[in-house]
Design a protein around this ligand. Structure first.
Ligand code: HSE
Length: 411
């Protein structure tokens, strides 16, 4: 029998305990041994909970127990999660986590420690919830150079955008439903301001690029500035608004951006709605491969965690393909130098003619009940810094920029 300890008993932790118990026979068969939850680390008491007798409040009970073979970290945040994960690996215990913040900040270091101690640090659930993406990326696609990854990586914001676009629901109402359904982070700012999606694309990009890419170097925008008017113009253009994490391999480094994008309806990502995530991976040998499924929620996430626990239980040594080097320097390309098309919405003087003249070759967009003082367009392809220079010029003439969303090119 293999003993498991679960750190945290929130949405993910309780889901992991539930799945391990509910499917124990099947899981035991696949793991080649029975898996049993011995401890659950909690901060407060859960009186009357069916798992109450397994609950402990002192991490030392877990780390000092030689019977514990696998530790599941489901606490979130950097500390104390990092110290607990590090100590567990150093004690020769494998660790499974769903904590994207931890992996995005400390992944290279923890993978290195796991390697030194011949154990595993696995984090399938940290990206895409229940969708298998980490293992396919480092194992099934191992023969490829990964040239591009782009995806809808945050279930909460995709849920909110879908409700806003399809049902005309307000932002705050949609967010509160996402919280009730267990999709949102404890502080949903990380969801709506794009940080969660940024951490996830950094994890995928680190696997693809072989070097740690830190979220602090990645330009990140959330969905809080998008309006119903932007949605209408997007429809008029023939697209939808989606929060996209994107990685492109360039000769000079990694091009990475997390931001809302105008996604053409022909893109496979355009129809990924609600809490679903969709991730397109472009390998030099495979071409495009698309992954799709529930990106958040108790049981989809628990499914990915438990699969990693099974993997840890079976393995005698560290998985060699899941590894990247640490790299403190900034290897992310300057997004201002990237060629891009963008949707822009202006209000006020100087008026339509000057706006259209400034962005020569642009495509003007119209919407119902458009005020005379409003001009919307999609620019031709140009460096992002040139777009901002033109915006600055128009601002000096009295125009006010109401919206800017980059187009996601469908190639
Ligand atoms: N808050 C995250 C999301 C949870 O909405 O995608 C899954 O990582």
């Amino acid at each position: 029998m293999k003993q498991i300890a679960v750190l945290g008993y929130g949405v993910v932790g309780s889901g992991v305990v539930e799945v391990l118990e509910k499917n124990s026979e099947n899981i035991g068969r696949k793991a080649g041994d029975q898996l049993k939850v011995k401890y659950i680390l909690v901060r407060r008491s859960f009186l009357g909970d069916p798992n109450e007798e397994k609950m402990v409040q002192d991490f030392n009970t877990i780390v000092n127990d030689p019977e514990v073979a696998v530790v599941v970290e489901a606490m979130g945040g950097i500390e104390p999660a990092f110290s607990y994960v590090k100590a567990s690996l150093e004690q020769g215990k494998s660790v499974v986590t769903s904590n994207k913040e931890l992996v995005a900040e400390k992944g290279a270091q923890l993978l290195g420690i796991a390697r030194e101690h011949h154990v595993n640090f696995l984090f399938e659930a940290s990206v895409g919830g229940g969708i298998p993406i980490i293992r396919p990326l480092h194992q099934c696609l191992a023969a490829n150079e990964i040239d591009k990854i782009e995806g809808i990586l945050n279930g909460t914001t995709n849920f909110i955008l879908t409700k806003m676009i399809k049902e005309g629901m307000g932002f705050h109402q949609a967010l509160s439903i996402a919280k009730e359904l267990g999709y949102a982070e404890s502080d949903p700012t990380a969801d709506v301001e794009g940080l969660d999606a940024c951490r996830k694309i950094c994890i995928l990009a680190s696997i693809a690029y072989g070097k740690h890419i830190y979220p602090r170097y990645v330009h990140t925008e959330g969905i809080t500035k998008l309006t119903g008017e932007d949605v209408e113009y997007a429809q008029e253009w023939g697209g939808v608004l989606k929060l996209i994490g994107q990685f492109i391999r360039r000769e000079e480094g990694a091009s990475i951006l997390t931001a809302p994008r105008l996604v053409p309806l022909e893109s496979q990502l355009a129809t990924v709605d609600d809490v679903f995530n969709g991730i397109l991976v472009q390998g030099d040998a495979t071409g495009d491969v698309v992954f799709y499924g529930k990106g958040a929620g108790k049981l989809p996430t628990a499914s990915a965690v438990v699969a990693d626990v099974i993997d840890c239980a079976k393995r005698r040594d560290t998985v060699k393909t899941l590894y990247w080097e640490d790299c403190q320097e900034n290897i992310v390309c300057d997004y201002m130098e990237e060629p891009v098309r963008a949707y822009l919405r202006f209000q006020g003087v100087p008026g339509r003619e000057l706006v259209l003249e400034t962005f020569q070759g642009c495509q003007e967009l119209r919407r119902s009940q458009q005020p005379k003082t409003e001009t919307a367009l999609v620019t031709p392809m140009m460096k992002e810094k040139e777009i901002w220079e033109k915006i600055e010029f128009l601002k000096e003439k009295g125009a006010c920029l109401l919206g800017m969303v980059r187009v996601l090119e469908n190639n």
